[in-house]
Write a protein that binds this ligand. Structure first.
Ligand code: UT7
Length: 328
């Protein structure tokens, strides 16, 4: 049995923060942000949790497929900004959506979370354990980014993308293969020091702002170019393809220069690479499903299109999925 993405939806909060906003707040410039990252603006939610980003994205996805939340049997939420450490955001989404027959869980793999989640969802479908999996990649990064730290504040945004994964009869389309890597040596390059079990939240941890994301940008940059290129090259090779066979590469959207470097290494023209980080910044687990949903809603995917999704993020984690688009 083959699993395929049969519907998509996304949600971005309405409040837009252009680079000029940070020019007023921090020692930075629009020119620096654009030239070093490719980002022009991002969205921040004014209230609510990650579940409040997911629910409208999920409704849009289910409406596109014409099914009710009660028809979903599993909910997976890939996020590094859960509503709370307990219970899972998947449980909150289940209640808010009214997906009364669904079980589910959160998956923590930062920027690679959606790709990892897609693999888990595929295996649930292929094994017959689930018939309709609702997978969201979503992050409210504004809840964990220090607004006074110019090295991170300008990079991230809030958003959610959701896909529905179902079995399809046609074996020639759907989710065909994957490659995943992880290197825990990356922990100190991108992490949140406090608020977990190692350093529980305290007045001191909050006072020292240790509940915010810390990133060694240049170290992550170097690892991301190599890591994302490696998983993408590996998945192409395993499937006897070259970049020329791809209709679309959907890379994680952290930095336009990372995407360009990966495309160059693959010999892939940017006209076949989906890029939207200029408008949304790095929405972490949400970047790939938002891109998929935008392209799908614009009718840019044709049945059978060869598509590779590639991600790299904290951990370090990296992953690629090869699929052939299924129009159902
Ligand atoms: O999605 C998860 C994975 N995350 C990523 O993939 C992010 C990877 N890293 C990056 O995207 C890039 O490293 C950054 C965009 C964060 C930085 O770009 P860079 O080319 O690596 O940095 P750079 O070497 O051009 O510049 C570093 C300098 C530092 O100043 P000094 O020490 O050279 O004087 C920073 O203090 O840029 C400074 N800087 C800024 N300057 C103006 C850092 N942030 C800013 C800023 N505005 N917002």
């Amino acid at each position: 049995m083959r699993a395929a993405i049969t519907a998509t939806g996304h949600y971005l909060p309405p409040d837009v923060y252009p680079n000029a906003y940070f020019e007023r707040q921090l020692d930075t410039t629009d020119a620096w942000i654009r030239s070093r990252t490719g980002i022009a603006e991002r969205r921040f939610a004014s209230a609510g949790g990650t579940s409040d980003l997911i629910v409208p994205a999920a409704r849009r996805c289910l409406d596109a497929r014409g099914i009710s939340p009660a028809a979903v049997d599993c909910i997976i939420v890939a996020t590094m900004t859960p509503d709370r450490l307990c219970p899972s955001t998947a449980a909150v989404v289940q209640r808010k959506l009214g997906a009364i027959h669904a079980w589910g869980f959160d998956l923590a793999a930062a920027c690679s979370g959606f790709v990892y989640g897609l693999i888990v969802a595929t295996k649930l479908i292929e094994s017959g354990a689930a018939r309709r999996v609702l997978l969201s990649g979503a992050d409210r990064m504004s809840s964990v980014v220090n607004p006074e730290d110019r090295a991170t504040a300008v990079l991230f945004g809030d958003g959610a993308g959701t896909v529905l994964i179902e079995p399809v009869e046609d074996e020639s389309v759907g989710i065909l293969d994957y490659v995943c890597h992880m290197n825990g040596e990356g922990e100190s390059s991108l992490y949140i020091p406090a608020g977990g079990s190692v350093e529980p939240a305290s007045a001191a941890s909050v006072g020292e702002k240790r509940h915010y994301v810390v990133q060694d940008g240049p170290a992550v940059y170097k690892a991301a170019v190599i890591g994302m290129a490696e998983v993408t090259e590996e998945i192409l090779k395993r499937n006897d393809m070259t970049a020329a066979d791809l209709a679309w590469l959907v890379p994680h959207q952290a930095n336009r220069r990372i995407i360009e470097a990966v495309a160059k290494r693959l010999g892939l023209g940017l006209d076949r690479v989906i890029i939207n980080l200029d408008r949304y910044g790095n929405t972490v687990a949400a970047t790939i499903p938002i891109a998929l949903s935008e392209w799908n809603e614009r009718g840019r995917f044709a049945h059978g299109d060869r598509v590779v999704l590639s991600a790299f993020g904290a951990g370090f984690t990296a992953g690629s999925v090869f699929l052939r688009w299924a129009t159902v």
